[in-house]
Design a binder for this molecule. Structure first.
Ligand code: THU
Length: 134
């Protein structure tokens, strides 16, 4: 599937739309994510924290779960939006989960508080992933 510039804008808009649903009372870092799937659909997710801190779910993995639940299997691009002053890159756990369902997707990350944007390919930040043959 060809990735057009307006799809990236749409992904950022969709992520920003759900940012208010983030549940982050402990870190106060709100994060939202939107995935464009191979099927052309958009799936969103937010971070969901827990008083048992280690159970916190990142926005990216929430969005991947929504995509799988929705019946899609492949990520073309993923947007990450936060109110933190710097655009965030996916954590190590999320990189591993994203790589399971993609072939080097575009990652576009945006901070609503500073308007900074950062765009990378997954392979730039996760060059030698662990994979088993399917
Ligand atoms: N977080 C995400 O949701 N995605 C990231 O890429 C980095 C971190 C969340 C986890 C936690 O709720 C908060 O940001 C601070 O670490």
């Amino acid at each position: 599937m060809e990735l057009r510039e307006e799809m990236l804008s749409k992904l950022l808009i969709e992520a920003e739309r759900v940012l208010r649903n983030s549940y982050a009372p402990y870190s106060n870092v709100r994060v939202a994510s939107a995935i464009l799937s191979e099927g052309g659909r958009v799936y969103t997710g937010v971070n969901v924290e827990n008083s048992s801190y280690g159970l916190t779910m990142c926005a990216e993995r929430s969005a991947v779960s929504a995509m799988i639940s929705g019946g899609d299997r492949s990520i073309i691009a993923i947007a990450i939006v936060t109110d933190y002053p710097e655009p965030l890159m996916p954590c190590g756990a999320c990189r591993q989960v994203i790589v399971e369902f993609s072939q080097n997707p575009l990652i576009v990350s945006y901070s609503t508080s500073t308007n900074r944007v950062y765009t990378v390919r997954l392979s730039d930040i996760f060059p030698k992933p662990f994979k088993l043959m399917k």
